[in-house]
Unconditional design. Structure first.
Length: 395
C-alpha cells in the first residue's frame, strides 16, 4: 500500500538538519601526538570481520562527541556528519570541526554529502578536491565513509529520482575517492522503499521524461509501488563500497507520529522486503539485504535509525517504545543470520518534526533512565571505537 510521500520526507528531515540548521561542531584537539606515523586502513577494509559497528548521528548544536562518549561510557565506532556539497566556506569549516572531534575521540567519520545545487555541480574537479581532503583526514588517523546524495529514490531532495544523473555523479565521487583517498570508502544509501514512488514530492520524476522511463522497471507506462525502488539508482559494484538504508519507527499507522510500541519483527521485515503490518502491505518492496548485502557481497549499514517518542502526547511510554526498537536491532540472531549487516547508527536528536507537528525525542541517551536501559541492552557483538591512536599525520 502506498503511503504519503510526506512521511518518507520526514525520514529525510533527519538527514538534512545538520547541514541546514546546525552551527559548526566545536573542534576538540587530540592529545600531543608521538613521532609515529598514523596507520591508514584501506577504505575497503573498514567493515569488521565479526560484529556490527556502533554509530551515532549527533546533534552538534547541543553537545560534543566527547560529551556523548562520556555520558554513554563508550566511544561510538562511527560518527555521522552532514554537509552541502560542493562545500561552501562554512561547510568546509563544519567538516573540519567534525573531523577534529573524531580525531580526538577515535572512530570513523561517516560524511553525508548533499548536492543542494544539483548533480551537475559535482564535477571531477570538485570530487578530486574532496578526495584530497579525505586523504588528509585518513593520514591523520580518521577513516571516512562518504555517503553521497542519500535517499536519491525519494522525491523530496534536489537530486531525487534522477537515476542517470545520480549514477554518473556518484561514479565521479567514487572514482576520485578510490584513486586519491584509499583510506576512505563510498556508501550508496537509498530510502526504504515502502511508499515508493512517494507521489507529490517537489522532485518526483515527470511522465514522459527519460528519468520516468528509467524508473518504470515493469514497463507498464507508470511508476508505481510495483516498480523496483532501488535498482535504477545503483551506480555499480565497482563504485559502491557500502550499501545503507535509513529505517525509523515513526509509529505504526498513518498519519504517523503516535506513541506506539513497534510491531515485533518490523526492523528485519523492512530490511528484507517482508513487511506486511499495521503500516500497510510492502511485500512488493525488494529484499534490500538479500540483493545488495548477500548477493553482491556489500557490507550493509543502517546509517540512521531511532524510534519516535513525542513527550507532549499520550500513548506508550518512551522507554517501552525505544527499548522495543533497539532490542530488534540487537536481536542475538542478527550476526548469525545477517552477517553482512556491519553498521547501525542511532539518531541522537530531540527536535521538532514538521511531519508530526511536534517535538520528537529520538535519543537513546537523552535521560539517565533511558541511557541506563540502552547501555544495559547493548550486545557484546556491538563494536565501539578502539583506543585512539596518538600519531603524526602522514604526508
Amino acid at each position: 500500500m502506498n503511503i504519503s510521500w510526506g512521511w518518507m520526507a520526514a525520514t529525510a528531515v533527519a538527514g538534512l538538519v545538520l547541514a541546514a540548521c546546525s552551527p559548526a561542531p566545536q573542534a576538540q584537539e587530540p592529545s600531543t601526538p608521538t613521532a609515529a606515523r598514523c596507520t591508514v586502513t584501506r577504505g575497503t577494509e573498514l567493515a569488521p570481520s565479526s560484529g556490527i559497528l556502533s554509530g551515532v548521528n549527533l546533534d552538534w548544536e547541543h553537545g560534543t562527541l566527547q560529551q556523548y562518549t562520556d555520558g554513554l561510557g563508550r566511544r561510538p565506532a562511527v560518527v555521522v556528519s552532514f554537509t552541502q556539497f560542493p562545500f561552501t566556506a562554512a561547510d568546509a569549516t563544519n567538516v573540519e570541526a567534525a573531523y577534529e572531534q573524531v580525531r580526538a575521540e577515535g572512530g570513523i567519520l561517516l560524511l553525508t554529502l548533499e548536492p543542494r545545487k544539483g548533480l551537475a555541480a559535482v564535477t571531477e574537479a570538485v570530487t578530486d578536491k574532496l578526495a584530497g581532503t579525505l586523504d588528509r583526514f585518513n593520514k591523520a588517523g580518521v577513516p571516512v565513509i562518504a555517503r553521497f546524495a542519500h535517499e536519491m529514490n525519494g522525491s523530496w531532495y534536489e537530486w531525487g529520482q534522477k537515476p542517470a544523473e545520480y549514477k554518473a555523479a556518484f561514479r565521479r565521487v567514487a572514482g576520485s575517492i578510490h584513486r586519491l583517498a584509499p583510506g576512505s570508502a563510498t556508501m550508496w544509501a537509498p530510502n526504504y522503499g515502502g511508499g515508493y514512488p512517494f507521489t507529490g514530492g517537489a522532485h518526483q520524476a515527470v511522465a514522459g521524461t527519460a528519468a520516468h522511463t528509467a524508473l518504470d522497471t515493469d514497463r507498464n507506462g507508470e511508476v508505481t509501488g510495483a516498480d523496483d525502488p532501488y535498482a535504477p539508482y545503483y551506480p555499480g559494484d565497482d563504485a559502491v563500497d557500502w550499501v545503507g538504508m535509513s529505517l525509523y519507527h515513526w509509529g505504526n499507522t498513518y498519519p504517523w507520529g503516535a506513541n506506539v510500541v513497534p510491531e515485533p519483527g518490523k526492523f528485519l521485515q523492512q530490511l528484507t522486503g517482508k513487511y506486511q503490518g499495521d503500516g500497510g502491505n510492502d511485500l512488493a518492496v525488494p529484499d534490500f539485504y538479500g540483493e545488495y548485502g548477500k548477493r553482491r557481497g556489500k557490507p550493509v549499514a543502517i546509517p540512521e535509525t531511532a524510534a519516535l517518542s513525542v513527550p507532549s502526547r499520550k500513548g506508550a511510554a518512551e522507554l517501552a517504545i525505544k527499548q522495543a526498537w533497539w532490542r530488534q536491532l540487537f536481536d542475538a540472531q542478527i550476526p548469525k543470520d545477517y552477517p553482512q549487516l556491519k553498521m547501525i547508527n542511532w539518531f541522537e536528536w530531540n527536535k521538532n518534526e514538521v511531519e508530526v507537528r511536534a517535538v520528537v525525542d529520538w535519543r537513546s541517551a537523552g535521560t539517565p533512565a533511558i541511557t541506563k536501559a540502552y547501555t544495559a541492552d547493548l550486545p557484546d557483538w556491538f563494536r565501539f571505537a578502539p583506543e585512539r591512536e596518538d600519531c603524526t599525520p602522514g604526508s
